[in-house]
Structure formats: structure tokens, C-alpha cells
Design a binder for this molecule. Structure first.
Ligand code: FO1
Length: 308
């Protein structure tokens, strides 16, 4: 696959596929469009978890076992916050703090998020293009049996225990795709959806009208990697969420969720194959660099097969 590749990603699983793709194709051919629905302001600081997880993962700084934040992080800031009775349900590591402080200063100086992230990626020598889905605020809200919760309160404070009845993306209707997002989609020979939670990490992007239309209009292959491994989610609330939404926890539900957008689905070798679209099977568990490269290659190969 020689042409440009766009990968739509959010969360930890998504970052792993993007890392695999950076070893499968030249960096200048790869654009990651990242979910910002998880973003929020905490202690006056702008937090962009899915972007930061990608920056850490691709720069080799990520705490892989934790799934977020930095390896070898120190926590002096949080110790003092706690001692002063500050909010401590959301942990900001001392190194992580630098991203939020610099991002906040740049945003207050009027720089768009996309320009800030481009500069961060450049300073960490990341050759691929990383685009937030939008420079406008979009906030994922969870309707649950504990009431309406902003995403991080659901995910971190309540540890995904509330029972979810609906998910809303406040601001999506009026948010514009970030500069370069539509152009990247239109120029892409291949578009991949990473093994991110479809309802929480991919839907915020699909809720941006102009982004969804751009995906529907292009006729190149669009392939997703299922977030389910051996019939459940590797990490995070995907399986629990699907049950709460009344959906069978299987790849047929994943395929149905993306509907006509999808040409192919990469599924775990032992899982069910949904009808009506091209399927590739591999071990989709990504723990080692070899795993990530294998899954990236499987997705690119399936896209090539779908392109005919
Ligand atoms: N997740 C947690 O479970 N606990 C935390 O204290 C926490 C802090 C945190 C700080 C910065 C950041 O970028 C991510 C952080 N996360 C934390 C993970 C975050 O909630 C998730 O990465 C995404 O929002 C879901 O994909």
C-alpha cells in the first residue's frame, strides 16, 4: 500500500495500532486523527488524554502497563495537591503536568490545539501527522444510572461502574474538523479505524457532520480493527458498555455499529466473523512491538484486498 494512510484513533488500544503503523509505513504517509471527546479542564488545565497517550506511546515515554501517563513518573505535585485538600480523583504526574501547562498557555495565547500538538510532535521527533479531530470543544457525556456524567468522571472517578443508557457529544454538531482533517481523509488511499471503543472513542469523531460526510463520500477502502479479543475487551469498558446498550458482545455488533462505512474488519483469530464484509484474522492482542506491527500489517493487507 503506497498511498497515504489515515488512522482514526482514541484510547490505549488505538495508540498501539498507530505505533505498529509507524513501523509498517513511512511516517510521512501516516496521519492519525485523534478523539478529543475525552478532553476536559482539570485544576484549570486543559487535558487531552487520547492525544497525550498517543504522544507518549509514539515517543516511547508511555507507561504501557497503566495505559495512560508516563513511565517512571513522579507525583510530587499530586502529594501537595492532596495535602492542601485539592481534587485528587484525577492524577496528574509531574512530567505530564508540563504538557498541560504548555498546552494551556498556548491555548490562552490563542493558538489552536492542532498547532500546539503539531509542535509537541515535532519536538518529540514524531514524523507522522497527529491531528485532533477538532480545534473546537466537543465533550463526551454519559447518561447513566448515576445521572449525567462528564466522561472523565465516568471513566476515572466512577471507574466505569455506572450503568450507561446513552452517550452524548456536546458541541459535536457545531464543531469543525481541525485543519487538515478533511484533506487527509480525501487524500487517503486507506483509512483505518483503530481498535478503540467505537461508542466512546470513535463516535465523537463520527459525530462531526463534515467528518462523517467526508468518510461516506470517499470510495477507498475503510478497515477497522475490532476492539474485542476472545469475545471481550482487552482493557476498559467496551464489553460492559455493549451489554448496557443491549448489544451482543461480538464482532457482528462492532461491524453493525460502523455500518456502511466499513469494507473490512480485522478480528481476533478465535472470534466470530460477521457476515457481509471482508474479514482478516490474526492475533489482535498487542503487547510487543512485533504484535503491533503484525496487526498493523493485517489491517493494511485487508485494506489492499478491499481496494481490489
Ligand atoms: N485514568 C485513570 O484511570 N486515572 C487517572 O488518574 C488518570 C489520569 C490521567 C491524566 C492524564 C491523562 O492524559 C489521562 C489520565 N487517565 C487516567 C486516563 C484517561 O482517563 C483515559 O486515557 C482516557 O480518557 C480514556 O481513553
Amino acid at each position: 500500500m503506497s498511498g497515504p494512510v489515515v488512522v482514526i484513533t482514541g484510547g490505549v488500544g488505538g495508540a498501539k495500532l498507530v505505533e505498529g503503523l509507524t513501523h509498517a509505513i513511512p511516517h510521512e504517509q501516516l496521519t492519525a486523527i485523534v478523539n478529543t471527546g475525552d478532553d476536559f479542564e482539570h485544576l484549570g488545565l486543559p487535558i487531552s488524554p487520547d492525544i497525550d497517550t498517543l504522544l507518549y506511546t509514539l515517543s516511547g515515554r508511555a507507561n504501557a502497563s497503566q495505559g495512560w501517563g508516563r513511565e517512571g513518573e513522579s507525583w510530587s505535585f499530586m502529594e501537595v495537591v492532596r495535602s492542601l485538600g485539592g481534587e485528587d480523583w484525577f492524577n496528574l504526574g509531574d512530567g505530564d503536568l508540563a504538557l498541560h501547562v504548555l498546552r494551556g498557555a498556548a491555548l490562552r495565547a490563542g493558538q489552536p490545539l492542532s498547532a500546539i500538538i503539531r509542535r509537541f510532535a515535532l519536538n518529540w521527533n514524531l514524523g507522522l501527522t497527529i491531528l485532533p479531530m477538532s480545534d473546537d470543544p466537543v465533550a463526551t457525556w454519559i447518561e447513566s444510572d448515576q445521572g449525567a456524567l462528564p466522561f472523565q468522571r465516568y471513566f476515572v472517578e466512577h471507574r466505569c461502574t455506572p450503568r450507561v443508557s446513552a452517550i452524548r457529544f456536546v458541541g459535536a454538531e457545531s464543531a469543525s474538523p481541525a485543519p487538515g482533517v478533511i484533506a487527509a481523509i480525501e487524500a487517503a488511499q486507506t483509512i483505518l479505524i483503530a481498535p478503540s471503543n467505537p461508542w466512546l472513542s470513535v463516535d465523537p469523531l463520527l459525530a462531526l457532520p463534515a467528518l462523517r460526510v467526508a468518510l461516506e463520500r470517499r470510495n477507498g477502502p475503510l478497515v477497522a480493527v475490532s476492539p474485542l479479543v476472545a469475545g471481550t475487551a482487552v482493557k476498559g469498558p467496551t464489553a460492559k458498555l455493549m451489554q448496557e446498550l443491549g448489544l451482543p458482545v461480538n464482532n457482528a455488533s462492532i461491524a453493525a455499529h460502523y455500518g456502511s462505512l466499513l469494507d473490512g474488519l480485522v478480528i481476533h483469530e478465535s472470534d466470530d466473523a460477521p457476515e457481509g464484509l471482508a474479514i482478516a484474522r490474526t492475533n489482535t492482542l498487542m503487547q510487543t512491538p512485533q504484535d503491533k506491527l503484525r496487526v498493523a500489517q493485517a489491517a493494511l493487507d485487508l485494506a489492499r484486498q478491499c481496494a481490489g
